[in-house]
Design a protein around this ligand. Structure first.
Ligand code: ADP
Length: 474
């Protein structure tokens, strides 16, 4: 493995996670081993001291019953039979002079002159090389003599040493194993993150259809992958929509611009007749106005869709708003012999942008009038439902075919039956964008040949105050 690759691995989150887990493992193992070591060492010491105490008890009995001679005999007997444990036994006379001493041969290195003759609980004596220690206790006898019994700590030190060595031999490989295992686990767990990085790189390289492979495990990283894919799908749809809109705009611009060009060219070629020139210029102004309306509406839709449309939110009286909208279209409807009725509770208030909401209602009413035959009927109503405010525009006009319904919200879409009517195909796109910019939603239910109902819903927080419902025919 090259140094560069090693350096890259050492920088990965997986490696750092593994290092942390190995560190935690080392720390907890160290603490556990330290505790066990202290415990075992204390147990060894306790058992050594207990053995010395038992020996002191036994030897004291011998001394009391038969003096130093009996004690020496018993010890000699035990040594012959090989039943004694290796103890240091020393008896000091009342004056402190050594009366008796028995030391196992391999303990000769201890300098017993340093052993305090006074009876005391425990004395630790190091050998001349300072390696082994002797643990001694003293016991006063009735005749003033002092019995000293001791035992070397060499055996227990050896066992503790073995314990340390074993732990060292086991823990070091375990640490390496835990580090390697940690790296593997972390690399496996972070695989979805690497997939996301690879996907982003592929998209950067131009593969717009690249997606993160999901494993359907239901964990957070899988969820992240699915959300990421969802976001990419949405972006793709938006880009496709923008491309489509751009094509449609180009298409819609071409006709009036070509018309203006042809008119201008003709007027340049022919005799400069003032009346004809004025007519051509008037036509150009009309075409320019139409183009400006188209461009402005397109920009409004885009701004509303991308969330940058500035809304001046205020509290609006819904019934007044509906009344105004109906007043605006009453004459157009009358000309076409269409009846408009409106109904709204008198004290229903909504937090919204006044001019944008007027635009929404105007577009829906305008469409209803355009796509309803003479003698038809249009109903506009507002009501409060548990989920919020609902505004409905219902007509009994030409209606929509089922396959047409999803497309009517697209920018510049115009139904086949609507070609004879004026319009840009942007009214409903604007309605939807503005309603959604207010946090609401709009839907349509329609039957071909029977009529359509457009329903706008604003969520409850937008509704300000609701008094008793009092429907009125306007
Ligand atoms: P425009 O009315 O300028 O064509 P819109 O975006 O307002 O554009 O509407 C898009 C299409 O939806 C219309 O061309 C028409 O086919 C259809 N449409 C809209 N409103 C109605 C309605 N009330 N009844 C039947 N069709 C409708």
């Amino acid at each position: 493995m090259s140094f560069d690759r090693l350096r890259r691995i050492s920088r990965t989150v997986g490696f750092r996670l593994a290092l942390w887990s190995a560190g935690c493992f080392a720390l907890s193992t160290g603490v556990a081993f330290g505790l066990a070591y202290v415990l075992v060492s204390a147990t060894f010491e306790q058992s050594d001291r207990e053995a010395i105490r038992v020996e002191v008890g036994e030897l004291t009995t011998f001394y009391r019953t038969g003096g130093l001679a009996r004690l020496a005999d018993e010890l000699a007997l035990q040594e012959r039979e090989g039943t004694n444990e290796p103890f240091l036994v020393r008896v000091l006379g009342a004056g402190g002079s050594v009366q008796f001493v028995m030391t196992p041969a391999r303990w000769k290195r201890f300098d017993l002159t340093h052993l305090n003759p006074a009876p005391s609980e425990w004395v630790i004596l190091a050998d001349r090389r300072g390696r082994k220690t002797l643990e001694v206790t003293s016991q006063g006898m009735p005749d003033g003599a002092v019995l000293q019994v001791g035992k070397t700590t060499a055996d227990r030190n050896k066992m503790l040493g073995r314990m340390r060595a074993t732990v060292g031999r086991v823990v070091a490989p375990l640490m390496i194993l835990s580090l390697a295992g940690g790296v593997l686990i972390a690399l496996h767990a972070l695989r979805p993150v690497r997939h996301i990085i690879e996907t982003v790189r592929a998209i950067e390289a131009g593969a717009m259809d690249a997606r993160v492979p999901t494993r359907h495990t239901g964990d957070e990283l899988d969820e992240l992958g699915r959300l990421f894919n969802g976001m990419l799908d949405r972006i793709s749809t938006l880009i496709a929509g923008m491309r489509g809109a751009l094509d449609a705009v180009a298409h819609d611009l071409r006709t009036p611009v070509t018309r203006m060009r042809v008119a201008a060219e003709l007027s340049l070629r022919g005799d400069p007749d003032e009346a004809a020139t004025r007519q051509i210029l008037a036509d150009c102004v009309e075409d320019c106005d139409q183009l400006l309306t188209l461009l402005n509406t397109l920009m409004d839709v885009s701004e509303a869709e991308t969330g940058v449309l500035t809304l001046s939110i205020e509290e609006l009286d819904v019934s007044a708003l509906i009344e105004d909208a109906v007043d605006l279209y009453r004459h157009v409807a009358q000309d076409k012999r269409i009846t408009i009725s409106a109904a709204a509770p008198p004290s229903l208030w909504l937090r919204a942008d006044r001019s944008r909401l007027r635009q929404v209602l105007a577009n829906l009413l305008d469409n209803a009038i355009k796509y309803t035959a003479a003698g038809g009927r249009i109903e506009l109503e507002a009501l409060e439902e548990p989920t919020g405010l609902v505004i409905r525009v219902r007509d009994n006009g030409i209606g929509l075919a089922p396959d047409e319904i999803p497309r009517i919200w697209d920018r510049l879409y115009r139904g086949d039956q609507s070609r004879s009517e004026r319009g840009l195909g942007l009214g409903l796109s604007l309605v939807r964008a503005v309603v959604e910019a207010h946090g609401g939603e709009v839907a349509v239910a329609s039957v071909l040949g029977a009529g359509s109902t457009f329903t706008i819903r604003f969520p409850s927080p937008a509704v300000v105050h609701v008094a008793e419902t009092n429907l009125s025919e306007m």
